[in-house]
Design a protein around this ligand. Structure first.
Ligand code: ATP
Ligand code: MG
Length: 399
């Protein structure tokens, strides 16, 4: 029986990238191979500037689902590939494939990238559609809203016939966009922000501020679980755990309660800035969303941001909480994020944090204690964990 035996991977946005295109496709090819490594029967290959997956009898559904998580793919078509490009063969295959579909109306759409093929697209369309109409299947043509859209792509090496196309994740292949130092808490927003960055091709390293004994080791397990989910998109993620207790205690000893969160966040950004530079990350990223809490008003952001001149990417900045939650459910981080935990932002939460802190007040408080040695100490006591989708590598690759 004639069946769909390949998946054709479509790139979309990539095609606008000119000379970088082939590098991007190579990265994407590698990412597809990695994503599909659990399916050992598949044959994944590049032909010209396209990626194909030969199914070899494997059910297409889980393969498509896995590929839908790979950024840089615009769409996925389930195709029948035939090396015989003769029009008689195209007619027969088209009819066999359309017999397997349900619907009353159809349209044939032809794309001919091999300009030397003896028939032009229009002729192929008419010949194939005529053959289907005469076949006795009872189908009629509807060019505007067909139940079945039969697409035929005639390329140099083969003809591809298909009627099912699935959306991809979009964006760019992971790894083409450089690296961000991502501030990861155990909440809902920062894992979503990480995912959105990865979708744009940016890889991440994570920085987390832990304040033991106020925060528990359970938070770290939670972060590890979150990152294991994100390993579906980025196979290896470095997590830097920064001891933050002493800094936090010093802040609470010297700063008015209403300014504690602002000051804490200024210290966090100072540390993130230095670690980002040490790790060659040109930007910092966070899960902040405008207006969500006191420290995320525009005035707070301006005052907190003042400690660094690095760009700060906030992928969730303008998203509504409900959309952030929906994304976290979709990518599978939500159930982990809602596990109860104590973050260093939640301990000592002031009764009325400043929503419009003033920069000069922050500078005044910062003159009252010598925080520089504390920052240096924190940076020299970072614990690094390496979260990888390959379990056995996890311990051996600790830095
Ligand atoms: P999230 O859901 O990501 O925890 P949030 O809504 O709880 O965000 P905040 O606690 O104000 O908001 O934190 C804003 C951002 O600051 C977080 O998204 C994260 O990027 C960063 N952040 C907060 N706490 C920490 C922490 N302990 N370690 C690292 N980054 C943090
Ligand atoms: Mg939080």
């Amino acid at each position: 029986m004639i069946t769909y035996d390949h998946i054709m991977v479509r790139f979309g946005e990539l095609s606008t990238k000119g000379k970088n295109k082939i590098d991007f496709i190579r990265v994407l090819f590698h990412n597809c191979q990695r994503a599909l490594k659990e399916f050992d029967k598949l044959h994944i290959y590049m032909r010209h500037d396209h990626i194909y997956v030969e199914l070899n009898g494997v059910d297409y559904k889980p393969v498509i689902e896995r590929l839908q998580e790979v950024s840089g793919i615009q769409g996925l078509s389930l195709v029948h590939k035939s090396l015989d490009r003769d029009i008689e063969n195209i007619k027969n295959i088209s009819l066999e494939l359309i017999k397997q579909e349900t619907g009353k109306t159809f349209k044939v759409h032809v794309k001919r990238t091999d300009k030397k093929y003896p028939l032009i697209s229009d002729q192929i369309t008419r010949i194939v559609a005529g053959h289907i109409l005469k076949s006795g299947l009872g189908l009629t043509v509807d060019v505007h809203n067909p139940d079945i859209m039969l697409s035929i792509e005639v390329r140099d090496e083969a003809v591809y016939i298909f009627s099912h196309t699935f959306p991809g994740a979009g964006g760019y292949p992971l790894g083409v966009g450089g690296k961000a130092m991502h501030m990861l808490s155990g909440g809902i927003d920062s894992p979503v922000a990480a995912y959105l960055l990865m979708k744009r091709g940016v890889t991440i390293e994570c920085i987390h501020f832990a304040s033991p004994p106020y925060t528990q080791v359970g938070v770290i397990y939670k972060l590890e679980d979150l990152l294991k989910v994100l390993n579906r998109y980025q196979a290896k993620i470095r997590l830097h755990i920064v001891p933050f207790t002493k800094i936090q205690e010093a802040i609470y000893d010297h700063v008015d309660e209403s300014y504690c969160i602002t000051m804490m966040r200024r210290m966090m950004f100072r540390l993130a800035d230095r670690l980002a530079k040490m790790r060659h990350c040109p930007v910092i990223s966070t899960g902040e969303s405008v207006g969500q809490v006191a420290s995320q008003t525009l005035q707070s952001m301006r005052v907190i941001n003042d400690v660094t001149n690095m760009p700060i990417i906030r992928p969730c900045a303008t998203m509504d909480k409900v959309d952030i939650i929906n994304t976290s459910v979709k990518i599978g981080t939500y159930d982990i994020s809602i596990r109860p935990y104590i973050d260093c932002c939640t301990i000592f939460t002031p009764k009325s944090p400043k929503t419009a802190p003033k920069l000069e007040d922050c500078l005044k408080y910062e003159e009252q204690f010598d925080y520089e040695p504390l920052l240096k100490e924190a940076l020299s006591n970072i614990e690094v964990k390496f979260i990888s989708d390959e379990e056995e590598k996890k311990d051996s690759e600790l830095l």
